[in-house]
Design a protein around this ligand. Structure first.
Ligand code: SAM
Length: 337
């Protein structure tokens, strides 16, 4: 759909995300012992400015909180949850969950990305014993399709171009059982959360609609499906134009930008697919209202930041949106997420 140069630039945005996370970890905003394994030594740069570190921190805490709540919701229903991360890049969330108190709440964790990126990630996983150990029994771990696909008992890393027809790309990957299993890799019977963290902006809205529609159909009337989007918005104002120019300078044009210009349009991204709720919050409001005073105090002491106004202007351009789709007899669950 897009030209190859654009695709390479889109894939490379993952290194940016990983470096931003590594920076926030190195400055003690976040604790993540895994991210460094996904960044090669020559890539490591100077830490990011305080403003970016704070943004990374707020984003990460906000999404972690919602993911934890999803796992809790499933457990309260007596079920294990599934998570599908679309355009997962070097995300470390699976390893952080696997090392935490909610590890048993996970049935399946799927990551999808371009084959070049899944191959790189699979290699990093094979090279590091901490990452490998989290995958569980070794006899269940397999690396296939030229090193672009990794299966294990819970974690699955799969190559896909998410802009292509979902029935052709997702159906074969997700809807059939792995050899020796009876249930499909992604079971429609388990509460499942879709994570779109910084990825929809690289697709047209037609492509992302087709994706969301595929999952909606797959979970049909009986399934419990959640969706979470982290995205920039407001790219038409003065500040947003600067952000867009930055991306363009790196060879990235943004096909998805047009429909994603407003807070309301991101917030309502899952509306129209039978979702019961659509919540949204900006990183600015997350920082102000949800980060506890004790954490605010701790964060404020990590680095000098004199421009609170500029910080708020930046954080105001990023948002988290989430919603849930519930069968008729489970509507009360909407209060839990
Ligand atoms: N979700 C991760 C995070 O937030 O740290 C990575 C975000 S990174 C900015 C965007 C990721 O989406 C990249 O890894 C990129 O390769 C992936 N991506 C973008 N468009 C994609 C597509 N059409 N198919 C598969 N992956 C895609």
């Amino acid at each position: 759909p897009a030209n190859k140069g654009d695709d390479a630039a889109i894939r490379a945005t993952d290194s940016d995300a990983a470096l931003a996370r590594l920076s926030a970890v190195s400055k003690n905003y976040l604790s993540d012992p895994y991210i460094r394994h996904f960044v090669s030594r020559p890539q490591i740069q100077q830490p990011r400015p305080p403003l970016i570190n704070i943004g990374t921190y707020v984003r990460s805490e906000g999404i972690d909180t919602l993911v934890d709540r999803w796992l809790d919701l499933a457990q309260e229903e007596g079920m294990q949850a599934q998570i599908v991360s679309l355009g997962a890049g070097s995300d470390t969330r699976f390893w952080r969950i696997a090392a935490g108190p909610r590890r048993d709440a996970l049935r399946t964790y799927v990551e999808l990305d371009f084959p070049e990126n899944t191959m790189k990630k699979a290699m990093a996983i094979r090279k590091n014993k901490d990452l490998g150990a989290a995958l569980g029994p070794v006899d269940k771990v397999s690396l296939t399709s030229g090193g672009t696909t990794l299966h294990s008992s819970v974690y699955h890393l799969l190559p896909a171009d998410l802009r292509l027809h979902p029935a052709e790309v997702l159906t074969p990957l997700l809807s059939s059982p792995l050899p020796g299993a009876s249930e499909p890799l992604l079971s429609p019977a388990h509460p499942t959360l879709l994570l779109f963290e910084c990825v929809l902006v690289y697709m047209t809205s037609a492509a992302s609609s087709a994706l969301i529609q595929w999952f909606t159909d797959y979970f049909a009337e009986r399934g419990v499906l959640g969706g979470l989007i982290y995205e920039m918005y407001g790219l038409e104002d003065q500040f947003g134009r600067v952000m867009k120019e930055n991306l363009k300078a790196r060879g990235i044009s943004l096909p998805g930008v047009a429909p994603f210009t407003t807070f309301a349009s991101v917030q309502s991204r899952f509306a129209g697919y039978g979702f019961t709720t659509s919540h949204a919050v900006t990183l600015r409001d997350l920082r102000r209202s949800y980060v506890t005073p004790a954490e605010q105090e701790r964060i404020s002491q990590l680095e000098m930041l004199d421009e609170i106004e500029e910080l708020e202007l930046v954080l105001e351009h990023y948002m988290i949106a989430w919603g849930i789709k519930l069968p008729q007899d489970k509507q009360t669950l909407k209060a839990k997420w």
